[in-house]
Structure formats: structure tokens, C-alpha cells
Design a protein around this ligand. Structure first.
Ligand code: ASP
Length: 332
């Protein structure tokens, strides 16, 4: 049986997540632990359709969102997730914190920890920042994106969306196209999807493919992923097409990796024409924010093939699941 083949809806034993006190990367999770999160997210997604969405699960608990990088979806959905579980949610951004006065990340985090939160959700430009906090703080730490390293809850919500549309992940052919060099979403998805038994085609110009990408998760990733520079090759027969934005904020001062956005769009952008290479029922995904007309044509982004807003809605359910697993009574 493939790595994740046993973990369809509702069958992952909850104890499989028990060893985890933090969520810093998909690298630390096995297929069973990922299955626990996805099964719980299914339950929370159903609750999102109820007229009253609030549960008492985390009553009396505190979740601090400590975001040192911009965020629309991730920060808002962590806040909504915490509030739907009745936790108190506190948002902190660098401009309003003492980081602007020269305080180090670790000092800021230790001071917040001294106030007794149950979870700190952290986003930081430095890869490894959540790992540092997890080693130091008493509370649980969740990685909401660390530099170009990992974005574990994005990969989990992407897996939940795929599972909903395709019935499971095992055996899926997934194309991930775009700025692989700077994308934490690509790394976390590569790890998550291959652990769950999918095959991943990674597509970008050579200048945006980091060396060793397919080695990231050892044998499982190596045997279940491949790299191509041809969009048609990546899309051919794909069940899922995931498009990634060029991460300009991570390339300042670097030599340009491609001629210009128009040329990038012509060669690597997903349009109604190029989507025809994928399976007729292939879904189109994007972690957001979309750069319309660059990696994704507006008519495809707005078409029935795109499940981008569903990804956003799964983001709340998945983050509720993660917060419950780390701070709920069963986690104590
Ligand atoms: N929102 C995702 C991230 O934080 C993807 C992106 O920014 O392009 O990594």
C-alpha cells in the first residue's frame, strides 16, 4: 500500500498526532498524523455550514498570532479558527510591537510566553524561526510560514481541498508550477502530497528550480516527484494543477530569473489553452495572493475549474483542527 493509502476520511487514529506538541513543518509529520488533521478538519468544515459556528472546545485558552510578514488569508483564518473554538485570539504585527524598537524575535516571543498563551502562531521571514521558538517556549508553536522554508497549514488545507474534490490523495498526479525557488508552499506541499501517496510534477524555468528539491523528504519524495521545465509536460494528465506566484519580495538585489512577467506568463502561465493538457476534470489551485495575468489567467481563476476560494474556506477548518490538536484538552 502507498504511504498515505490507508488514510481516507475518518479512519486515522487520533493518537497518531499525540507525539506532536508543535506544528513547525510537514517534515515532522507522517501520513497518519496528517490524516488526523484532515479528518478533524472535515468535521470542522461541516460545522462552518451551521448557523451558529461557535464551539466551546478552546474556552479559556489564548492564541497569539505573531506575524512578522504580510498576510491576509493565513492570519485572518487563524483568528477566525481560534474564535470559532472560543479561544481568545490576540494579533501582533511588527509595526505595533517592540520588534520595531530593536527587540529580538526570541525576546519578543519569550515575553509573550510569559503571559501564558496556549499557542503562538508565528510567521517570519527567517527559515527556522518557528523551530527556534518551539525549542524555547512553554506554549505550543505553529508555523504560519517561515521564509522560503515551510508553510505546513497551507499544505494541509490544500490536501483537504484535494481530498474533498478527488476522494483521496493516494495516486493523484499533481502539477506544482511557478516560483519553486522561493515558495514555502511548494516545499510543504511536496512533502505532504508525496507522504500521502500522490505523484508531484514540479515545473519552473531552471533559474527558479532550487537544487535538491526532489530530495527534500528523502526516499518518498525522490521516488514520487520529478522536475520539468516544460509546462505541457507538467500538466499532461494532471489531476490537480497548483499555480504559484513569483515571490518578488524574496528576490530584491538578486539578478532577474526571467526576462519579464509577460515572457514568464507566456511560458509558464496557466490559461484556458494550456489547462487543456491536464485531465478534463483537473482542478486548479492557488495559495493566494494571485498575480492575475502572470501565473494565472483571470478567466481560469474565475472559472468553475478553480477551487481557490474553497482552499480559503478549508483554511479555517484545518486551522481549527490544528489548534484543537495542540491546545485542546486531549493535548494536555
Ligand atoms: N500566501 C502564501 C505564502 O505565504 C503564498 C504566497 O505568498 O505567494 O507563502
Amino acid at each position: 500500500m502507498a504511504a498515505g493509502a490507508g488514510y481516507c476520511h475518518g479512519v486515522a487514529p487520533r493518537s497518531a498526532f499525540a507525539p506532536h506538541r508543535h506544528l513547525v513543518g510537514i517534515a515532522d509529520l507522517d501520513a497518519a498524523a496528517i490524516g488526523v488533521v484532515l479528518d478533524l478538519a472535515d468535521r470542522y468544515q461541516a460545522i462552518a455550514a451551521e448557523p451558529v459556528k461557535k464551539l466551546a472546545t478552546l474556552r479559556g485558552k489564548t492564541v497569539i498570532n505573531l506575524f512578522f510578514e504580510n498576510s491576509t488569508r493565513t492570519r485572518t483564518s487563524f483568528e477566525i479558527a481560534a474564535k470559532r473554538l472560543s479561544a481568545d485570539a490576540v494579533n501582533i504585527s511588527p509595526s505595533s510591537s517592540s520588534a520595531a524598537k530593536g527587540e529580538t524575535l526570541l525576546d519578543t516571543a519569550k515575553n509573550l510566553d510569559a503571559m501564558g498563551p496556549d499557542v503562538v502562531v508565528v510567521r517570519h521571514a527567517m527559515g527556522g524561526a518557528p523551530h527556534l521558538l518551539a525549542r524555547t517556549l512553554r506554549c505550543a508553536v505553529v508555523n504560519a510560514g517561515d521564509g522560503q522554508h515551510e508553510h505546513p497549514t497551507q499544505a494541509l488545507l490544500d490536501a483537504a481541498t484535494m481530498r474533498r474534490h478527488k476522494g483521496g490523495i493516494d495516486g493523484l498526479e499533481v502539477a506544482i508550477v511557478g516560483d519553486l525557488a522561493h515558495s514555502r508552499v511548494a516545499r510543504s506541499n511536496l512533502l505532504c502530497l508525496t507522504k500521502l501517496g500522490a505523484r508531484v510534477r514540479l515545473c519552473a524555468p531552471w533559474t527558479l528550480i532550487p537544487p535538491g528539491l526532489t530530495e527534500l523528504g528523502g526516499e518518498v519524495t525522490r521516488t514520487r516527484s520529478r522536475v520539468t521545465t516544460r509546462l505541457e509536460d507538467a500538466l499532461d494528465g494532471a489531476d490537480v494543477v497548483m499555480m504559484l506566484r513569483v515571490q518578488h519580495e524574496r528576490t530584491s538585489g538578486e539578478a532577474p530569473r526571467f526576462a519579464n512577467p509577460r515572457e514568464f506568463s507566456r511560458t509558464y502561465g496557466l490559461s484556458a489553452r494550456t489547462l487543456k493538457f491536464a485531465k478534463p476534470d483537473a482542478i486548479v489551485m492557488h495559495p493566494g495572493p494571485i498575480n492575475r495575468g502572470v501565473e494565472l489567467a483571470p478567466d481560469v481563476a474565475d472559472s468553475g475549474r478553480a477551487v481557490i476560494l474553497e482552499q480559503v474556506s478549508w483554511g479555517v477548518a484545518v486551522r481549527m483542527a490544528v489548534l484543537e490538536l495542540l491546545a485542546g484538552d486531549a493535548a494536555a
